[in-house]
Structures are given as structure tokens and as C-alpha cells.
Design a protein around this ligand. Structure first.
Ligand SMILES: *Cc1c(COP(=O)(O)O)cnc(C)c1O
Length: 364
């Protein structure tokens, strides 16, 4: 195996899920495992988490099919936008459709009728994200039609929050209010509402009145908070350690700039070590001369352009040798640090750790 790998602590994922469940009970929990389980490796994470979750959630129908191929039997909600020609895959693999328009709902009903099979769906209402979904103001005919769709099993209705991790919850509360207005239509139409859900991680932490029948944690499951200023009402811990090893070690003198573009050079002779990991592994090139790593418990700066497959670290006068372990994430370095160095949020470095990096699963 490569010396560069990701260690995933499954027990910590379980603890995070249980902490979320205790906070939202009696609401159900849909564990979001899209984007390769936020980079943690869906092949190891999804089968492990399945017994602790009520539903699994993914963005793409292909991700849902992959979960079925892994042997997952719990309901799988495909949350992203879907084209009508992708509908047969939902039937074939028993995936739950997000019905985000009246056209898609009716196409799904027709397909289910023609095949004689039952297709599961959750209705998607747009209360203020303007991404996919039927606007709350146009929801009445949508819900009415969904009740009349006799070949579909409409098991849920949901919406998505645009600003739930912000200190100012005015927009999140407006979205909840609009959603509750939509749910009230069920009473008016004389039908029982299906499973209602709206909370992502930010909503779980900051909008307890919005937990409803189910919540959809993503980033929190992996032990990270969805924003720097969010209220930390549930205690969670990261589960990842990104490890590598020094493959080359030498003293570099002044006047010998390091890496592409010659962006950095030593002011005095210093030890420069090389780490076999680069931007093709998801160690972003834009962290050049910003990132830090930990070797033998001590923090050191990354120097010179991060390459596709390797980067260099300045360890000064310290005796760092070939084979020494290098920590890229974990042991005091968090995805929030990587995010800061790369000028993005903590979701992006996690979800970009590429398939080329082996995942190793541990418990404890
Ligand atoms: C990704 C996603 C989530 C999870 O969001 P987090 O902020 O990671 O908790 C929840 N719901 C939907 C519809 C999503 O697409």
C-alpha cells in the first residue's frame, strides 16, 4: 500500500451519529454519505453506519446504485436533481426519488404504472434555496397531485436550508415558517402528511424547532461543524487522520529555490523533506506556502509549489529522516485549517481527498 493513506476511525463516526440522535430524538436520522462519505470512503463507512441510521442519503443516483451494490438494504434517498431518463434506475435498485417538480412526479407515476412496480418518492419544496424543488407558494397543486399518484409511494416531504449555520437565523426561521405553511396543506386536503424533514447540520445545531420527523446530518457526522460561528450544541469529533512518510531528506542551501516557479528559497542552509502526496490526491495546490504538517509531534511549514504527487516541507535544523511519519490532517491539524489555507470551507478539502488515497478503517 502507498505510504500516503487516510485512517478513518469508525467508532468515532458511530459516536457522532449517536450524539446527533440523542439531540434530535425522537426524530429519525438520515445519514448523508454522498461524495464518498465526505471523503471518508463510502465502501467502509456506509455498511458500518447503516445499522445506526434510519435512512441513507446521497446526491446522485449512481451513488445510490453503488450503495445497493455494497449490500445496503435501508432506504436510500437520492437528494440531487434527477432527469426523467434516470427514473428506471430508481425502480431497478429500489432508490427513493426526490420529486422536485410536478413533471418529474408525473413521469415517475407513469413509469411505475407501466412497469407495475412501486416507486418511492419524497417531495421537494423550495422555501428559499432556489436550487431544486417546487416553491412553497406553488405547493398546493403539487401536493394534491402527489396524493392522487396511485403508483407512487410518497413517503416524505422536505426542504433545504440555505443559511442554517449563520449566527443570524432570520432566513432559516423564514424557511421553516414557509415549510410549515406547506405542511398545513395536508390538513386542508384531508390527507396525513408523510415524513417531514428540513435540517442539515446547521439546522440540527441551531434550529431545534425544525427537527420535525427526521434530520439529514452530513458534515457533523464526520465530526466537523458547518461553520466557524455556529452554536456547538452537539459534541462531535473528527474521525480522520491523513498520514504519509518522508521519502527524501536533504539540506538545501540559499540560492537553490524549491519546486515549480521557484516561489520559495532558504535564507540559510535548512533541511527540506519531500512528502509523496500532492494536488492529485486532493492536497490543494492553492495551499502552497500556507499549509503546515506535523512530524514527530512538531509543526512545520510546507514550502515551494505543491506538485501533483509530492510537496516539500522545511524542517529547519531538525533531524527528520526518510521514513518518518508525516501528518497532513489530524493531531492538531483540522479540516478547518486546510480550509483556511485554501480559502474555502471545511467541506471542500474533505470531499476532495481523491480515490488514489487508500482508506484504512480502524476502531477505538
Ligand atoms: C448535503 C446535504 C445535506 C447535508 O448537509 P450538511 O451541511 O453537510 O449537514 C442535507 N440535505 C441535503 C438535501 C443535502 O444535499
Amino acid at each position: 500500500m502507498r505510504p500516503t493513506y487516510l485512517e478513518v476511525n469508525l467508532t468515532q463516526l458511530q459516536r457522532n451519529l449517536e450524539a446527533i440522535r440523542a439531540h434530535v430524538a425522537p426524530a429519525k436520522v438520515l445519514a448523508v454519505v454522498k461524495a464518498n462519505a465526505y471523503g471518508h470512503g463510502v465502501d467502509g463507512v456506509a455498511p458500518f453506519l447503516e445499522p445506526f441510521a434510519d435512512y441513507l442519503g446521497v446526491a446522485l443516483v449512481e451513488e445510490g446504485i453503488h450503495l445497493r451494490e455494497l449490500g445496503i438494504t435501508k432506504p436510500i434517498l437520492v437528494m440531487g436533481g434527477t432527469l426523467a431518463d434516470q427514473l428506471p434506475a430508481f425502480l431497478e435498485h429500489d432508490l427513493t426519488l426526490t420529486a422536485s417538480s410536478l413533471d418529474l412526479l408525473l413521469a415517475a407515476d407513469r413509469l411505475a404504472e407501466s412497469t407495475g412496480k412501486c416507486l418511492r418518492a419524497h417531495l421537494k419544496i423550495d422555501t428559499g434555496m432556489e436550487r431544486v424543488g417546487v416553491r412553497d407558494t406553488e405547493a398546493e397543486p403539487f401536493i394534491e397531485k402527489s396524493i392522487a399518484c396511485s403508483h407512487l409511494s410518497v413517503e416524505g416531504i422536505y426542504t433545504h436550508l440555505a443559511n442554517s449555520e449563520m449566527p443570524d437565523l432570520v432566513h432559516a426561521r423564514l424557511q421553516l415558517e414557509r415549510f410549515q405553511g406547506v405542511l398545513a396543506l395536508y390538513d386542508k386536503l384531508g390527507a396525513p402528511p408523510p415524513i417531514c424533514h428540513l435540517c442539515n447540520s446547521g439546522g440540527i445545531l441551531q434550529l431545534p424547532e425544525g427537527h420535525l420527523d427526521m434530520v439529514r446530518p452530513g458534515i457533523m457526522l464526520y465530526g466537523y461543524y458547518p461553520g466557524g460561528d455556529v452554536q456547538r450544541t452537539v459534541e462531535i469529533q473528527p474521525a480522520l487522520t491523513w498520514r504519509s512518510q518522508v521519502v527524501y531528506s536533504k539540506i538545501t542551501p540559499p540560492g537553490r529555490p524549491v519546486s515549480y516557479g521557484s516561489l520559495w528559497q532558504a535564507e540559510a542552509p535548512t533541511r527540506i523533506v519531500t512528502v509523496p502526496c500532492g494536488y492529485a490526491d486532493g492536497y490543494f495546490r492553492r495551499m502552497t506556502n500556507q499549509a503546515r504538517v506535523v512530524i514527530r509531534g512538531k509543526s512545520y511549514p510546507q514550502v515551494g509549489r505543491i506538485c501533483m504527487d509530492q510537496f516539500m516541507v522545511d524542517v529547519g535544523a531538525d533531524e527528520v529522516q526518510v521514513g518518518d511519519e508525516v501528518i497532513l490532517l489530524g493531531q492538531g491539524i483540522s479540516a478547518d485549517d486546510l480550509a483556511l489555507w485554501a480559502g474555502t470551507n471545511n467541506y471542500e478539502p474533505l470531499t476532495n481527498i481523491s480515490a488514489r488515497v487508500p482508506r484504512v478503517y480502524v476502531s477505538g
